[in-house]
Ligand binder design. Structure first.
Ligand code: 13P
Ligand code: SF4
Length: 317
């Protein structure tokens, strides 16, 4: 308890630069890598060794030869790293950083849905708990969802937990799709009127949207992709203005990597509170205390790993 007090006191009086320096030193000392999702606070993204979407970070967590992974993201992401790499210490600096969409489905609920559609293959978005992944046949991310579903021989699929992503997949496959009725509260908040207003104000801008957005938003999009897909598109496309239909954290790198281009957020409410929880102080404390550590019970881990491994075996573009 006393040690905890001293840690808090010492970081209280440190400047951001000092905290960053200490984090860097501790990352070396602990043989650790710092991963940050594209929605993290700017200063976390700036400090991270690697930033990326859910798929890229899951691969990096597995590929790294470091013993410790400090995962700045939300719980299911660190859990996926723990499922894939049980020999590594996976730290999630804010254990309370969850994902409301992942919490919308339980293993028991999924078992009931499977009983209603016995011939269907279960394709589960990585935004889900280890227990739900363990009940699934294969995982997908927003970057590979259509590819994963179309790679299957089955003609019938259950898509869990994001209905919006599910409907987007359904519009790109001939398979019969059954949807779990989950959604991301952040992407769900974006209204077609807001996008139409932004388009009116910026008629020369292209609209990029994440497939977690509702169908009425995706209908307005010029390009639909994962968060990392947005970086690739902005880099390779010749337009100079983009309206962005995803969480505001993506703006940091978009603007940094494309200083001559303009990126417009159509709504000030595109903020995921869970993705914004992690501060530099949290990262420092996590490295000092080597906690909170994310682990998964072995029986669930092995089954969930099967679903993730089947996804990772599908070649990337
Ligand atoms: P991606 O980074 O995989 O596009 O996912 C977005 C998201 O909502 C993660 O929580
Ligand atoms: Fe979950 Fe949505 Fe936040 Fe992603 S942006 S972590 S899906 S609530």
């Amino acid at each position: 308890m006393r040690q905890f007090y001293i840690l808090l006191k010492s970081s209280d009086v440190m400047t951001q630069d000092e905290i960053k320096k200490q984090i860097r030193a501790l990352l070396d000392e602990r043989d650790a890598i710092l991963l940050a999702h594209n929605y993290q606070r700017d200063e976390i993204q700036e400090l991270a060794d690697i930033t990326g979407d859910s798929l890229a970070l899951a691969i990096e967590a597995q590929r790294t030869d470091k013993n410790v992974v400090v995962y700045c993201g939300v719980h299911f992401m660190a859990e996926s790293a723990a499922i894939l790499s049980p020999e590594k210490t996976i730290l999630l600096p804010r254990e309370d950083a969850g994902c409301p969409m992942a919490d919308m489905v339980t293993a028991e609920g999924l078992r009931q849905m499977k009983a209603q559609h016995p011939g269907a293959v279960v394709v589960t978005y990585v935004n889900s708990s280890a227990a739900v992944k363990a009940e699934s046949d294969i995982c997908c991310t927003s970057a590979n969802a259509v590819k994963v579903v179309n790679s299957l021989e089955a003609h019938e699929v259950i898509l869990v937990p994001d209905e919006n992503l599910g409907r987007y997949i359904a519009s790109h496959t001939d398979k019969t799709c059954h949807f779990w009725k989950g959604f991301c509260p952040t992407h769900h908040r974006l209204k077609p009127e807001e996008v139409l207003r932004a388009k009116q104000e910026h008629p020369d801008a292209l609209f990029m949207a994440h497939p977690e957005c509702p169908p009425a938003i995706l209908e307005l999009a010029d390009h639909i992709c994962s968060t990392s897909g947005m970086y690739e598109f902005a880099r390779s496309d010749s337009s100079s203005k983009y309206i962005i239909g995803t969480e505001m954290g993506i703006l940091y790198r978009l603007r940094k990597e494309n200083p001559d281009k303009e990126f417009i957020l159509p709504s000030p409410r595109l903020i995921c509170p869970n993705m914004k929880l992690t501060s530099l102080e949290d990262v420092l404390k996590s490295l000092q205390t080597m906690s909170p550590r994310i682990t998964v019970p072995e029986d669930i881990r092995l089954k969930a790993k099967g679903s993730l491994d089947r996804m990772l075996a599908i070649p990337r573009d």
